[in-house]
Write a protein that binds this ligand. Structure first.
Ligand SMILES: Cc1cc2nc3c(=O)[nH]c(=O)nc-3n(C[C@H](O)[C@H](O)[C@H](O)COP(=O)(O)OP(=O)(O)OC[C@H]3O[C@@H](n4cnc5c(N)ncnc54)[C@H](O)[C@@H]3O)c2cc1C
Length: 408
């Protein structure tokens, strides 16, 4: 078959890799000038660095299977990282039961309660038990008001904005149940996997056409089948004559975007923490990721990439704000995290904005998860709106790409 794939992100590349391996003739159309989508990176020294921070968890089997299939043996570096919480001016380690027992912002009884509830989420293997339950309600009820106010509410507001109170408890379950303390990073960067996918697709006689935005479905009329891997709003733009009922279903899944400041520092902001949850409503970013606490600085010319990230609606003021304003404002908060920080530590910076990075799974979203088949004959959809109950991640993008490749 002659198959068109729209999007050279991880989903599109994985689908193209397995389809081309099966002997199909694949053509990937990508609007950007590079392959890899949200997981793409650029050279930052001997290794690539992702535009958006990236790591995997121990249980992320699809991506590890893919790297095995690609012959990228022994590619994963693993590090015990954890995710400390910055609260009331202090960074609190938060990765083990002992850390929780020492977590002074909570009363002792609420530390125990939070620990027991987390254990329950960890041991309960069936997400369907949490379907139809709101995370905000459930967490308040079982972990207690204090834990909700100190730990979860600030994080959920920063992750989902005004949608926070509608988020499904399945999201929270997935977060606790499948995430490991040990984080994995591919030697050389995620771009090594992307480059290998690209070269294998080409070896299998597939074509990757960059800088080519598909604007209407009609352009793809000559293909036997087409797979669209961009976000639902991009699909709706392209396929305007879809039946109303189907359009409404896709529109029900809303998306948040990402605004990220990537700083190259001469010194690390933190000497030990990789991922820092910023539970302080006055600080405009929710995550602060000191990449060189996951991967050695020696691969980045002895410099220290630091990501500051905020998730927000593409309609928010932040999306319209000028890069320099965002940079100045966000950097002004770094002294709160490390009092020794000084702007002379910054070698350079870039601001990266993407409008559709996170499908928002609300309490009743499970009823609206689209299938691969669309109402248009031979036209398929494979994107992160279908990975429910999991949070968007390369592992699930690989899983999707593989599944669609084997279901055509
Ligand atoms: C801030 C941030 C941090 C993240 N951190 C992690 C992490 O630590 N670990 C992890 O596993 N995952 C992480 N992810 C998620 C991960 O990057 C994504 O889940 C994954 O890359 C999605 O791949 P995809 O191919 O489905 O989508 P995308 O990467 O979005 O690819 C879709 C592609 O389609 C193209 N496209 C869309 N419309 C058209 C069109 N009309 N014509 C042509 N091309 C089109 C786009 O340009 C894009 O390249 C993170 C994401 C973000 C935003």
């Amino acid at each position: 078959m002659k198959i068109a794939i729209v999007g050279a992100g991880i989903t599109g590349l994985t689908a193209a890799y397995y389809l081309s391996k099966k002997g199909h003739k694949v053509y990937i159309f990508e609007k950007d000038k590079f392959a890899g989508g949200l997981a793409s990176g650029f050279r930052a020294g001997d290794w690539y660095l992702e535009r958006f921070y990236h790591h995997i968890f121990k249980d992320d089997k699809h991506i590890q299977q893919l790297t095995d299939d690609l012959g990228l043996n022994n590619i994963w570096l693993w590090k015990d990282c954890g995710a400390p919480i910055f609260y009331q001016g202090k960074m609190h380690p938060f990765s083990s039961p002992v850390d929780l027992l020492k977590f002074s912002p909570l009363s002792f009884i609420n530390r125990i309660r939070t620990g027991l509830t987390s254990l329950y989420l960890l041991l309960n293997k069936d997400y369907r038990f949490f379907e139809g339950k709101k995370a905000a309600f459930w967490l308040k009820k079982y972990m207690g008001q204090e834990s909700w106010k100190v730990i979860w509410r600030p994080l959920m507001i920063k992750k989902f904005g005004n949608f926070y109170s509608f988020i499904s408890m399945t999201w929270m379950w997935a977060r606790v149940n499948r995430r490991s303390r040990f984080l994995g990073y591919p030697k050389g960067g995620f771009q090594i996997i992307i480059n290998k996918l690209v070269s294998e697709i080409k070896r299998n006689k597939g074509k990757i056409i960059l800088n080519e935005e598909v604007k209407t479905l009609k352009e793809l009329g000559s293909f036997d089948k087409t797979i669209f891997t961009g976000a639902n709003p991009a699909f709706l733009k392209l396929a305007s004559d879809l039946p109303e009922k189907y359009k409404n279903k896709l529109e029900k899944i809303e998306y948040f975007g990402t605004v990220l400041v990537l700083l190259t520092l001469k010194k690390p902001l933190s000497n030990w923490a990789y991922w820092m949850n910023i539970n302080d409503n006055n600080i405009p970013f929710v995550g602060c990721v000191q990449h060189t606490n996951l991967v050695s600085k020696k691969y980045y010319k002895n410099l220290h990439p630091l990501y500051l990230v905020s998730y927000t609606s593409r309609k928010s003021k932040l999306f319209k704000q000028k890069d320099e304003e965002i940079f100045k404002k966000w950097v002004s908060y770094l002294k709160r995290i490390n009092k020794d920080f000084n702007s002379s530590w910054i070698k350079n910076y870039q601001i990266i904005k993407e409008p559709f990075t996170q499908p928002i799974f609300k309490v009743d979203s499970y009823k609206d998860i689209p299938s691969f088949k669309t109402p248009i004959k031979n036209f398929y959809l494979a994107n992160t709106s279908q990975i429910y109950p999991w949070d968007r991640a390369v592992n699930y993008a690989v899983g999707l790409g593989k599944r669609i490749a084997f279901s055509l």
